[in-house]
Design a protein around this ligand. Structure first.
Ligand SMILES: [Zn+2]
Length: 191
């Protein structure tokens, strides 16, 4: 996968750095190309950079491959890690049960807010409110009856948490999901 030009560039750099004789680059080129078939350019650059920083002799292609192997996990962590609360997604589910000002059937709103882990932080920037602040705001609502949110022990809310008792009853009678609970609403940051 590494492009010929990339391999060429890396080899000239190594050659210059380790004072290789004239013609070395051309000599080893085909062996390197065969050995680097499955290596992305970026990884080849990073691996040779690491070698240059740490070693006093020129590497073989096998040296570069083994360094690349050890670097791979670092590349993997560029994707932010989620946690158990958000089930690695960065989103926390929130169900807000509230009574109506004029009495009558209670209702429930479901939301997804940003988790407080790295994945949630990354996803949440500018697009979602942190879940704790959001839950705090809902708690302050005088019509709040009950609040449920994802926890590390239970990242996904059950239908008993997402639906009102009346909705559950209708659901059990009709086996059709009430239309008002069909989707999650992303929580926008408050201005
Ligand atoms: Zn999380």
């Amino acid at each position: 996968m590494a492009a010929d030009q990339t391999i060429q560039k890396v080899l000239s750099k190594l050659s210059a750095n380790y004072g290789k004789r004239q013609g070395w680059t051309e000599e080893v080129f085909s062996v390197w190309r065969d050995g680097l078939q499955h290596m992305p350019d970026r990884l080849l650059f990073d691996a040779s950079k690491r070698w240059l920083a740490e070693q006093s002799r020129a590497p073989t292609v096998a040296n570069i491959r083994s360094i690349a192997k050890s670097l791979k996990p670092e590349i993997g962590t560029l994707t932010p890690q989620g946690c158990r609360r958000c089930d690695q997604t960065g989103w926390v589910e929130v169900a807000h049960h509230l009574s109506r000002p004029n009495g009558g059937e209670s209702r429930v709103n479901t939301y997804t807010a940003a988790c407080d882990c790295a994945a949630g932080y990354r996803l949440g920037i500018g697009s979602a409110m942190p879940w704790e602040a959001f839950v705090g705001r809902l708690k302050a609502d005088p019509y709040t009856l009950q609040l449920f949110h994802s926890t590390p022990e239970q990242p996904h809310l059950t239908k008993w948490q997402r639906l009102t008792p009346e909705q559950l009853e209708r659901l059990s009678m009709s086996r059709i999901a009430p239309s008002s609970t069909g989707s999650w609403h992303k929580v926008k940051p408050s201005v």
